[in-house]
Ligand binder design. Structure first.
Ligand code: APR
Length: 320
């Protein structure tokens, strides 16, 4: 059986880390595409030279032409500019919208059957725009946000409870970052929901509230520390989990930005919800019942995404 082909559109910090992880896991052969000349070629060569040491057989290639992504099984999009300190995700809207147009057209022309994972921020609007520009089926285009937000939440919870991250599950809905909605009742340690753990004296509501807040501003905290860029290790790991579920038909249930057609009362918008990812892309959108608080927070989150999409339509009339 021929190897799978993974195209990484954008070979910056996240793109390079995606290539490293995909190669180490031997998910397939990898093409790093970027508009910057030399950057994808340099990273591909550097990573290839690690293969004898690590023992992986994935082939890596750097490219500046969309021809090289031809017939990719998966495209992971990080092309665009990253958030700088003091810059909100929304400031990125205009520049990255232009990038999504070029990338969407490139994917449509050369890899129309691929499963596309968008990472570029502001995520919920960019994944919507990328789908519009590419014209691919909605179930083949998703955004990576919830896996990262949940991972951040899980990490902080594991620290709080002093247990293995492996035993912590977190449930996050809504938009990426500031407007994400953690659903505490469905977040557990080995199946024990957080409210029960609070009753058992493992933590307090105040401490959990602080963890939720820290998770919401998790991206900003890292930007503040790095000063010259944004997070890349955890975002790359999160997108690879999604790609792996598609490539291996694992049917994992993961929180992702998916296109809603009435679920959760939302129509024609990408919002973070639990989905099942398998060989057909988004195979199921999981609709859970929300309590009043979560519902109110979810609605705020949806409004924020709606505003971004309206702004996109204002900038790019072709999207209206
Ligand atoms: N086509 C292809 N690549 C492009 C294009 C384009 N039109 N425009 C920019 N790029 C490339 C840049 O040359 C750069 O190498 O995208 C890459 C982005 O890499 P970084 O600046 O290192 O950004 P990174 O940290 O990888 O984040 C990428 O993901 O989480 C989001 O906010 C983040 O939107 C940002 C994206």
């Amino acid at each position: 059986m021929a190897r799978k082909k993974i195209a990484l559109i954008g070979a910056g910090m996240i793109g390079g880390t995606l290539a490293h992880l995909a190669a180490m896991k031997e998910l397939g052969d990898i093409v790093l595409f970027d508009v910057a000349e030399g950057l994808p070629q340099g990273k591909a060569l550097d990573l290839s030279q690690s293969s004898p040491v690590e023992g992986f057989d994935s082939k890596l290639k750097g490219a500046n032409s969309y021809e090289d992504i031809t017939d990719a099984d998966v495209c992971i999009v990080t092309a665009g500019i990253a958030r700088k300190p003091g810059m909100s995700r929304d400031d990125l809207l205009k520049t990255n919208l232009g990038v999504m147009k070029a990338v969407g057209e490139g994917i449509a022309a050369h890899a129309p059957n691929s499963f596309v994972i968008c990472i570029t921020n502001p995520l919920d609007a960019m994944v919507w725009a990328l789908r519009e520009f590419s014209g691919l089926p909605h179930q083949k285009v998703v955004g990576m946000a919830g896996v990262l937000d949940s991972a951040r939440f899980q990490h902080f919870l594991a620290e709080e409870f002093d247990v293995s991250v492996q035993d912590v599950t977190a449930f996050v809905l809504g938009g990426h970052g500031d407007t994400m909605v953690p659903v505490i009742e469905y977040s557990t340690v080995a199946g024990i929901p957080i409210p029960d753990l609070i009753k058992m004296g493992w933590s307090t509501q105040e401490r959990i509230d602080a963890i939720v807040q820290r998770t919401r501003s998790g991206g900003g905290e890292i930007v503040g520390l790095l000063k010259t860029g944004s997070a890349y290790y955890a975002p790359a790991s999160s997108a690879i989990a999604m790609a792996e579920s598609f490539l291996k038909d694992k049917k994992r249930l993961l929180p992702c930005a998916a296109h809603l057609t009435g679920q959760y009362g939302v129509d024609n918008l990408y919002v973070g919800v639990p989905i099942v990812i398998g060989a057909n892309g988004v195979e199921r959108i999981v609709e859970i019942e929300l309590n009043e608080t979560a519902r109110a927070n979810f609605d705020v989150s949806v409004e924020a995404v709606k505003e971004l999409v309206v702004a996109c339509k204002g900038i790019e009339p072709a999207l209206a």
